[in-house]
Write a protein that binds this ligand. Structure first.
Ligand code: ATR
Length: 272
């Protein structure tokens, strides 16, 4: 059997084995996808052992994505800019390639699963940490017209904006600078939802017909989803679809076939 796994710490709550098992069944691919509790002091050793024992690919989750980035011998451009790797691929010559599928997962969930048309839109990304950085390149390639990054610490937003290619306008600011601004899509990549709060943003931030997207997800509507509903969002989504879509892109990189993520999203939704 072709072996894959997700490595993180903690790892017991990871949904990745369930998601990849569903993809494998859907695509008729015989894979074995496990869970590895990574050693916080020897991530590199864990990875090396997995591949030495014939493993073909790993997903990497908290807190190892940056270490995985440093470890690999080759990176995709989106992973390069993200500064983090969530997918490890064993190359035929034995080297390790790193990719980051989080951002394309976000864009595909919005565009493919929900029909959001990025063309010509003005998009606001809240947050400038790892989650925001992972989304930067795919967002800039989505067809949007302008990206604004707002963060509690404005300096970090400026730094992240400077990583943009220059082909699409992207700027950074603090939350206060959002007064009077309107966006077609507001994406929450801050960790404020973990304490069930939203960043201090203006109540009239959404353009008519504007959407909200929270990278966080849960059985109950997240704080940012509730904010969207209360402030006129035409659609307010949580991050479950992004989770499944990033997995689908990893599966495609490993197996060469792209699963139908929507079916698996519906399955997980029903299980909640
Ligand atoms: P992650 O990998 O989840 O992005 P991170 O790199 O620690 O985690 O980044 C957390 C992000 O959430 C940052 O943008 C942080 O803002 P700062 O850069 O100013 O620290 C943001 N954040 C965390 N708690 C927040 C809160 N209560 N309100 C607003 N933003 C918050």
């Amino acid at each position: 059997l072709h072996r894959y796994a997700v490595i993180g710490n903690p790892i017991e709550h990871s949904q990745s084995p369930t998601i990849h098992a569903a993809f494998a069944q859907q695509c008729g691919e015989a894979i074995d996808y496990g869970r590895i509790l990574g050693d916080r002091h020897d991530f590199a050793g864990d990875v090396q052992r997995f591949f030495a024992q014939g493993g073909l690919g790993l997903n990497v989750t908290l807190p190892f994505k940056e270490q995985a980035w440093a470890l690999v011998e080759e990176r995709s451009e989106r992973a390069e800019v993200a500064g983090a790797v969530n997918t490890l691929i064993a190359l035929p010559d034995g080297r390790l390639r790193g990719d980051n599928t989080d951002g394309i997962g976000l864009v595909r969930d919005l565009a493919d699963n929900h029909g959001f048309d990025f063309a010509g839109t003005r998009v606001l990304l809240l947050g400038a940490g790892g989650a925001a950085r992972g989304a930067l390149v795919p967002l800039l390639e989505s067809g949007l017209r302008e990206l604004v990054i707002a963060n509690r610490t404005p300096e970090r937003a400026h730094t992240l904006a400077a990583l943009g290619s220059g082909a699409v306008p992207v700027s950074g600011c603090g939350f206060e600078a959002l007064a009077g601004e309107r966006f077609d899509l507001v994406i929450n990549a801050t960790s404020s939802g973990l304490s069930d709060t939203v960043p201090p943003i203006p109540a009239d931030l959404l353009a008519v017909g504007g959407w909200t997207y929270d990278m966080l997800y849960g059985a109950e509507p997240t704080a940012f989803c509730r904010w969207g509903r209360a402030h006129g969002a035409a659609c307010s989504l949580d991050g479950l679809g992004m989770l499944v879509e990033q997995a689908a892109e990893s599966f495609r990189l490993w197996r060469g076939v792209r699963p139908r993520a929507a079916e698996v999203i519906a399955m997980l939704r029903a299980a909640d």
